[in-house]
Design a protein around this ligand. Structure first.
Ligand code: AMP
Ligand code: ZN
Length: 113
């Protein structure tokens, strides 16, 4: 738990979210501003500020999160999807609690903007 972290507040119930999955380590909820027909965020309940702050001790947790992203995408009818972690403001990070974007339901272009 980190003070003033919006995603920690979602985890502890202070802020509502449209959840699609939760267990003791992970939480997934639909993005409030979806950038694709299917767009949800998958986060660890442990506060890690971003992908650049993953420590060796977090490797199993982030590996599990990544596997869960694919499982949840498929369970929600998405077989082709994009997984995105943003690190730092220049990359577009606005919430400093690590989150994987899972985007699907439309064709994606490359390179990303
Ligand atoms: P990023 O720009 O990579 O840090 O992504 C942050 C994401 O969190 C954005 O896609 C926002 O739309 C999303 N977001 C912010 N607040 C909420 C919220 N309360 N519930 C759901 N998604 C949110
Ligand atoms: Zn947090």
């Amino acid at each position: 738990m980190s003070d003033n972290c919006i995603f920690c507040k979602i985890i502890n119930g202070q802020i509502p979210a449209n959840k699609l999955y939760e267990d003791d380590e992970l939480l997934a909820f639909w993005d409030i501003s979806p950038q694709a027909p299917k767009h949800f965020l998958l986060i660890p309940k442990k506060h890690i500020s971003g992908p650049g702050a993953i420590k060796e001790e977090d490797e199993q947790l982030i590996g599990r999160l990544t596997r869960k992203a694919g499982d949840l995408a498929r369970e929600n009818g998405v077989s082709s999807f994009r997984l995105v972690f943003n690190e730092g403001p220049e990359a577009g990070q606005t919430v400093f609690h690590i989150h994987m974007h899972v985007l699907g339901g439309r064709a994606m272009s490359w390179p990303p903007g």
